[in-house]
Design a protein around this ligand. Structure first.
Ligand code: URA
Length: 265
């Protein structure tokens, strides 16, 4: 790896650490003097697949898709945030969780999907949306050619399960917010899809109901953002499936406008 790449990664880690801690990073203090790794210089030019064997995979929309050095720094930065989340003791949810759920998906996602918080199955597996609602979410995404395995990253407002699947408390959302903001800053998604009232109200800091929020684009940190019904709501009420599909078509249209490589079905 080249010295300048190492420096870039270090800078990202420094920035993320200070976002998360809320003060200048102590762990990543003054920048060390980095040197090029000569023996690895050929590796540097070649696409690497082994570096991305974990749940984080490559983006699906580019035909010339190759693993890039930037993937490595994004991966490192994401891993660093995930580590902080797994160690987090900022709110009461840390006491009742089995596993924290940092998120999963590709390193350069076209879409960041944001849910409310882990449920029972997610708490056991440490992965987002893997229970019944998650299976429906995957189908909703697949209907517009999106997937956590090719072009999305899935995260939640709170990273630990609220007991009994209650709504997360304002202080829990507040405590967790810098993790989500760090993930957004690292991932730089083109679009955000927000699932359900709780996630949307929290993300956008609004008290409007999901009926008013859904199907319309707004922005979060300069990124176009649209809300639709949470898959759990669709499981409870079949009648919401049609309006949710209307929302997804609006979302697909925006994807087609801004992502030339994207082909919705
Ligand atoms: N519901 C959510 O909002 N997020 C999950 O990860 C699972 C269920």
């Amino acid at each position: 790896m080249r010295a300048e790449d190492k420096k870039e990664i270090y800078g990202m880690l420094q920035q993320i650490d200070s976002w998360i801690q809320g003060v200048p990073s102590v762990t990543f203090g003054s920048v060390p003097q980095f040197t090029d790794d000569r023996e690895n210089s050929r590796e540097h030019d070649a696409p690497s697949s082994s570096l991305h064997a974990s749940v984080t995979e490559s983006s699906g929309f580019s035909d010339t898709e190759q693993k890039k050095d930037s993937d490595v720094s994004v991966q490192d930065a994401l891993d660093n945030v995930a580590k902080k989340i797994r160690e987090c003791q900022r709110c009461g949810l840390a006491k009742t969780r089995k596993k924290a759920v940092p998120g999963m998906g590709v390193v350069h996602p076209t879409v960041l999907v944001i849910g409310e918080g882990p449920g029972g199955e997610e708490d056991i597996q440490g992965l987002p949306f893997v229970g019944p609602a998650g299976q429906l979410l995957d189908k909703m995404l697949a209907a517009i050619n999106l997937s956590r395995h090719s072009n999305c990253f899935i995260a939640n407002i709170v990273k630990c399960r609220p007991p009994g699947n209650r709504d997360p408390l304002p202080e829990e959302c507040h405590a967790c917010r810098s993790y989500l903001d760090a993930q957004i800053a690292i991932l730089k998604p083109r679009l955000i899809l927000c699932m359900g009232r709780v996630a949307t109200q929290n993300l956008l800091q609004t008290t409007l109901g999901i009926g008013q929020l859904r199907g319309k684009f707004t922005e979060y940190n300069g990124i176009p953002c649209m809300a639709t019904y949470h898959p759990s709501a669709l499981l409870r009420n079949q009648e919401l499936k049609r309006p949710a599909w209307e929302d997804l078509k609006v979302f697909r249209e925006r994807l087609q406008q801004i992502c030339p490589g994207y082909e919705g079905h």
